[in-house]
Design a protein around this ligand. Structure first.
Ligand SMILES: [Zn+2]
Length: 306
């Protein structure tokens, strides 16, 4: 009996050691999840909370989120108050002291990135659901993706020092693939430098600045505020004056107003993926840009030919 149960006992003793070799990481978005997998490989088990086709400002916390956060060794957040509406109650419910803000297992991925639109002066409710700590949609610049991958590498190395060399090597590999991809993306976008476009929400400033497009207006009158007839009329007039034709919309917004604007300006509505998982083709951080740049450049080519 003792003899027969020995292998089982041995496995039971070993099991926690095997489990602890893999860091349990919760990422608030699929972009952070993808970057964490790039660096962590099979040394991390990653759960991403918000799906890429959901508005990351407003996510319904599912019971499974609490479970994932309660078991996590590391929580990685976009920060800049992007998740402020839904993450704070989740952190409280999780009762996990390891991943609370300020703990070793909490990583704000925004600390070393380039942040745009940092407001100056006093912020009031009249400014809409403004991004008070600067624009939190910063992951849509591959330069920032690289900086995020660096802080993820450093944090994973801190929590799992034995795998430091592996994380460093995986980062180098990712960095090289990203640099090669940036050459492709730059070449595809080069003909359209300075093109004026409209976006629904302020999700794209980093992306558009990186690839040389100019955002001249927004379908939302203010961040988080639904379109209003007077703002829409003003926007249509301004688009006609500047010759802007393209309206970029995130997958989670209603298309009625953007479509009406396109009809009035002989323009075109384009749904781009703001995150990994925002469309089935965007399976990781690099294919996200492959998809968006491919669609954006072909649409701009089509509009230029009109
Ligand atoms: Zn936003």
């Amino acid at each position: 009996m003792l003899r027969r149960s020995f292998p089982l006992l041995f496995l039971m003793l070993l099991a926690p050691a095997i489990a602890s070799a893999q860091l349990k990481v919760v990422a608030t978005t699929e972009d952070l999840g993808s970057l964490t997998r790039e660096i962590g490989g099979d040394k991390v088990a990653v759960t991403s909370l918000a799906k890429g086709y959901q508005d990351p400002h407003f996510v319904d916390p599912k019971p499974s989120f609490i479970l994932a956060v309660s078991r996590a060794d590391l929580l990685i957040v976009v920060g800049r108050e992007l998740e402020v509406g839904w993450l704070t109650p989740l952190l409280t419910s999780s009762r996990n002291s390891k991943i609370q803000p300020g703990s070793k297992g909490y990583l704000d991925a925004s600390l070393t990135v380039k942040i745009l639109e940092i407001p100056s002066g006093q912020i009031t409710r009249a400014m809409g659901d403004v991004h008070p700590l600067g624009n939190p949609h910063y992951w849509l610049d591959p330069g920032n993706g690289r900086r995020m991958a660096q802080v993820i590498r450093d944090k994973l190395s801190e929590l799992s020092p034995n795998d430091k060399a592996l994380f460093a090597q995986r980062y180098t590999d990712f960095d090289q693939r990203l640099a090669a991809a940036e050459k492709r993306w730059d070449a595809a976008m080069a003909p359209y430098k300075g093109t004026k476009i409209v976006t629904y929400h302020r999700s794209w400033p980093n992306f558009m600045e990186r690839f040389g497009l100019e955002v001249m207006g927004y379908v939302e009158p203010k961040p988080g505020i639904p379109p209003s007839p007077s703002h829409t009329v003003d926007l249509i007039n301004e688009m006609k004056r500047l010759g802007a034709k393209l309206i970029v919309v995130e997958p989670y917004f209603d298309l009625k107003t953007p479509q009406a604007i396109a009809n009035q300006t002989s323009g075109k509505v384009l749904i781009l993926a703001p995150s990994v998982g925002g469309t089935k083709e965007a399976t990781d951080y690099i294919t996200l840009f492959d998809y968006d740049i491919g669609l954006l450049s072909s649409t701009l080519k089509q509009l230029a030919g009109k």
